[in-house]
Design a protein around this ligand. Structure first.
Ligand code: DGY
Length: 313
């Protein structure tokens, strides 16, 4: 915030909850730059209300909350916060995998509720992570960082991706599989794709039916990639064993959502990148993207650099 305040006149929404839509639409009337969160929908309607807008700086690596095509068409540059959250998010993916596999939260709940009476051979038996087969859907930055960690756990790691990444295959000992084969062969499946019309409900009833009954599904990407109701049915019927979700659809998940009644799901509040160090780096990147954009320069992390290249031409 100091960096931004020293560069431009600023209005800050101090509320803990996102700006009500009407307030946001009103506030953007005269702005030239916008720093927004993934909870803010930045669409054509908003851009219509903000005729002076030149830069949108998203405090996130994902930018599915922004209508990028519309921004690009209007010559508005968009920035995001890649790379700095990769390792932190991969750490958290493993936290969910381990917690689900070893039934960590069930154990913790039992202890706190006084249910635990004695050590017992059958109590809360889970699954081993080491030596298991991990399937990674989406071998981008975060998927690759997860694959690196899987090496340390001695996992056999499969991946599926729109393009094969042969140098990573040999560097990390990865095995390429088509999407459906990966679903059937993996003990753990972790999702690392962007949300787009192509990935909306990528995992639904049909895909869950292909998974092993012992499979553990982890999602730290976007909630809409998984059909939550299909997942609920699959977990309830033990079609798959467990899920670890840092993201849901919607967010927050409704308190009466049936998923919350199950013991075999862990749901966290979209915190995979939430370490102090990473969130601080993301903030600095968002500030630098904004400031460069306001100056008419290419932000350090542009999503649609063609906007300024076209303007130069
Ligand atoms: C992102 O950056 O897209 C994450 O979901 C939040 O850090």
């Amino acid at each position: 915030m100091d960096r931004i305040h020293s560069s431009c006149d600023t209005e800050v929404w101090e509320g803990d909850l996102p700006l009500p839509r009407e307030t946001l639409l009103q506030k953007v009337r005269d702005v030239e730059g916008l720093v927004c969160l993934l909870t803010d929908r930045i669409d054509a309607e908003l851009m219509n209300k903000a005729p002076r807008l030149r830069v949108i700086s998203n405090y996130a690596v994902g930018f599915d909350n922004i209508n990028l095509e519309e921004a690009t068409r209007r010559g508005i540059i968009v920035g995001n916060t890649p790379d700095v959250l990769t390792e932190t998010t991969a750490d958290f993916t493993f936290a969910l995998m381990l917690a689900a596999a070893r039934r960590l939260l069930e154990g913790e709940r039992n202890v706190k509720a006084g249910v635990w009476k004695t050590w017992g051979p059958m109590i809360l038996q889970g699954q081993d992570v080491h030596g298991a087969t991990l399937g990674i859907i989406g071998l981008g930055r975060i998927g690759t960082a997860v694959a690196r960690r899987a090496q340390g756990f001695g996992m056999k790691t499969l991946y599926t991706n729109p393009t094969r990444r042969k140098s990573l295959e040999s560097e990390l000992g990865l095995h390429y599989r088509d999407f459906h084969t990966l679903l059937g062969e993996s003990d753990f499946i972790t999702i690392h794709v962007n949300l787009s019309p192509k990935t909306y409900h990528l995992i639904g009833k049909k895909e869950l039916e292909k998974m092993k009954s012992t499979c553990i599904l982890v999602n730290t990407s976007r909630g809409q990639v998984v059909d939550n109701m299909a997942l609920y049915e699959a977990l309830r019927n033990r079609r798959i064993a467990y899920a670890g979700l840092d993201v849901t659809d919607p967010e927050p998940i409704h308190i009466n959502h049936p998923l919350l009644t199950l013991d075999n799901v862990i749901i966290t509040p979209h915190i995979a990148s939430a370490s102090v160090a990473t969130r601080t780096k993301m903030a600095m990147m968002a500030a630098e993207n904004l400031i460069a954009g306001l100056k008419g320069e290419l932000p350090p992390h542009p999503v649609n650099p063609e906007v300024l290249k076209n303007a130069d031409a």
